[in-house]
Design a protein around this ligand. Sequence first.
Ligand SMILES: Cc1cc2nc3c(=O)[nH]c(=O)nc-3n(C[C@H](O)[C@H](O)[C@H](O)COP(=O)(O)OP(=O)(O)OC[C@H]3O[C@@H](n4cnc5c(N)ncnc54)[C@H](O)[C@@H]3O)c2cc1C
Length: 429
Amino acid sequence: MKLPDSLWATSATPPADTPALTGKHGADVVVIGGGFTGLSTALHLAEAGKSVMVLEAGEPGWGASGRNGGQANPGWRMLPSEITQKYGRNRGPAVLDMLNKACDVAFDLIDRHAIDCDAERPGFVHAGFGQTGKAFLDGWIREWGELGVKVERHDRASLKTLIGTDFYPFAMRDPRGGHLQPLSFARGLARTAISKGATVHGNSKVDAIHEAGAGWRVTTDGGEVEAEHVVICTNAYSDTLWPNLRKSVIPVTTFVAATKPLDTDRLATILPGRHAVAETRRALHYFKLDRDNRFVIGGRGNLTNLKEPGSTEHLKRTAREIFPALEGMEWEYGWGGQVAVTPDHTPRLFKLANNVHAALGFNGRGVAMCTMFGTQLTRAVLGEDTDMPIEPIDIVPNHAFRQLGITWHLATSGLLDRRDVADTTAALA
Ligand SMILES: Cc1cc2nc3c(=O)[nH]c(=O)nc-3n(C[C@H](O)[C@H](O)[C@H](O)COP(=O)(O)OP(=O)(O)OC[C@H]3O[C@@H](n4cnc5c(N)ncnc54)[C@H](O)[C@@H]3O)c2cc1C
């Protein structure tokens, strides 16, 4: 399977050699899916002394990991108090601690293994409109602040200096976040996992998983592997390989567009601090600069644009609203990919059977979180305690109708977002 044309496919570091699986093999662990989650799991398991084989249908990074917006965002779209409430007094603090450290785990791993992926850590700016957006950002500043994170508050004027636009009335800057070239990161994870002893096979779509003695036999059309443990990391690209796994998330198509490199005049005003920025809007947009100073913006499709390759015209229009200086700028790339959404916007760590685990449902926040989940899956395989609860598989209720639900959500989100923008403007007038 060929990578889709994208900025990342053009500018990434070269891939490691990952030949297709042929013949019969044995391993301690077979990992299915070569995105951030599978590759981080393979790397951490190899470092723990396990023999690991990754089987990827395309090439490492072929899925969302090689197509995303490249933002390493801290946390989930939930406040610490909501997380404690969801996971309870016993589990909540461990989940919060895991969330707090997720960006560190990703950036430390990049440093430790010298992964060349244009990683920058100027912080993550979350910019908002409306009462809901303001309440969320106020809560974030207060609650993460109480947990020791030095989150800055910004208003329209200070934000203009920070990111170069007065489009948003309020925002926060969280120092934990940053951004990177995602396909280079995925390829770097693959290369590092291989250097630690893991084997990675591209063009190796797993078509079946069967019990075999005390372990499992995993087959592709070219070969098979017997392993004690199986870890499934197929996220939004999950198919019918394991019963009901694809029904545990709702795949949603989202898009990214990138300009040609900005000229010096535009660079002086657009994202001068090179921050990763995302909005609190329901139909949110997020943006950053790449290594060569291209403006890169991502967001969901709209009602008539829910399938790849789709159109990115709506993203370009929004980019010009936020930064009028982008008027006349030439756009060079546009592409799409699948995000795995769960009803409560939190990822899942499943035990599917004896020695079979899966992690998925990263809700568009996978750069740091999937890397962190590699450590969680490693602990699950090693039989150690995990921060995330390990749960039995959980199917999204009314899965067949959820795509319609997403369409409805997109329609209403746009209206509610426009009302929020108008309300905020009126309140500040
Ligand atoms: C357009 C877009 C923008 C995004 N922007 C951001 C962002 O800015 N910041 C952020 O944090 N997150 C972002 N995300 C989300 C993030 O990319 C994902 O959460 C993350 O990459 C998921 O990684 P993963 O390894 O779990 O899954 P993936 O990277 O999707 O990997 C799953 C892999 O499984 C393979 N596979 C599936 N079935 C089989 C099989 N039967 N056999 C073998 N292999 C199989 C697929 O080929 C695929 O490569 C974005 C996602 C998209 C699509």
